[in-house]
Design a protein around this ligand. Structure first.
Ligand code: UDP
Length: 233
């Protein structure tokens, strides 16, 4: 089947079925907008595992996504959507770029979750946008944006509660949403340790891509340890 798109972590193929795409999770790891790169055996399998698991868990809580089913170790079928070019970042604790921007230590707990919206545009370096920019650039209507934010906060609550069972804190994460042909907004892209920050609540050990970004520990072993902790296989 035809390769429609190749991103940094996934390939998207057409299928015989209308409005159904096949996603292949790659072993490539990138950070800092592609400046740091590696190919890590087993990463695609792990992220397909995590992402399929989280999409299924959210579906069980009534939160729909583009996910249809996992069809192999590295592949899943998804509903075709037009991706809204926004990185919807939900943050519970300041880390990464936010900690730098507001001059707080990483680990600063915020009074409530906050949402940041970034323009999904590698050439521009994914700049942060406000609601006005998003409306005027016709990226999403105000109404759609409210729906996206509400869903993002709902997903945050579900994921926080889930990880709490394993003594893991959900620090922050990035979501992407897409639009179906009939205009419905669906959660899309992926949910994995590539797109979340996850810290052991007691030791603050990192179980996410920061181990790769900051050369803290090997990525595959870290993701495998997380899968083992969560009992996902
Ligand atoms: N994130 C992501 N893709 C991006 C940018 C951020 O998945 O292109 C995730 C990142 O893993 C983290 C959260 O969004 O969980 C917040 O990221 P931040 O803005 O701190 O940027 P970072 O320092 O991680 O690049």
């Amino acid at each position: 089947m035809e390769l429609l798109y190749e991103g940094k972590a996934k390939k998207v193929y057409s299928t015989d079925t209308e409005n159904v795409l096949r996603i292949e999770y790659k072993n490539d790891a990138t950070a800092f907008n592609g400046v740091k790169k590696d190919n890590i055996e087993g990463k695609g399998i792990l992220n397909n595992l995590f992402s399929s698991f989280f999409f299924e868990m959210l579906a069980g809580k009534g939160i729909k996504s583009h996910f249809i089913k996992k069809i192999s170790q590295t592949e899943q079928l998804v509903q075709s959507v037009t991706i809204i070019p926004l990185e919807v970042i939900v943050r519970n604790v300041a880390a990464g770029t936010l900690a730098k921007r507001i001059g707080k230590e990483e680990g600063y707990l915020m009074r409530r979750p906050i949402i940041e919206l970034c323009y999904k545009n590698d050439a521009l370096g994914d700049p942060m946008l406000n609601d006005d920019h998003i409306e005027v650039l016709d990226i999403a209507t105000q109404f759609e944006l409210q729906e996206i934010k509400a869903k993002a906060l709902e997903i945050n609550e579900v994921l926080i509660a889930y990880f709490k069972n394993f003594n893991i804190d959900l620090i922050d994460f990035k979501l992407e949403f897409g639009k179906t042909a009939d205009g419905k907004i669906l959660l899309a892209d992926e949910i994995s340790p590539d797109t979340c920050r996850l810290w052991d609540a007691t030791t603050k050990q990192k179980f996410d891509k920061d181990v790769f970004r900051r050369d803290i520990a090997p990525l595959r072993e870290t993701y495998q340890a997380l899968a083992d902790k969560l009992g996902i296989s």
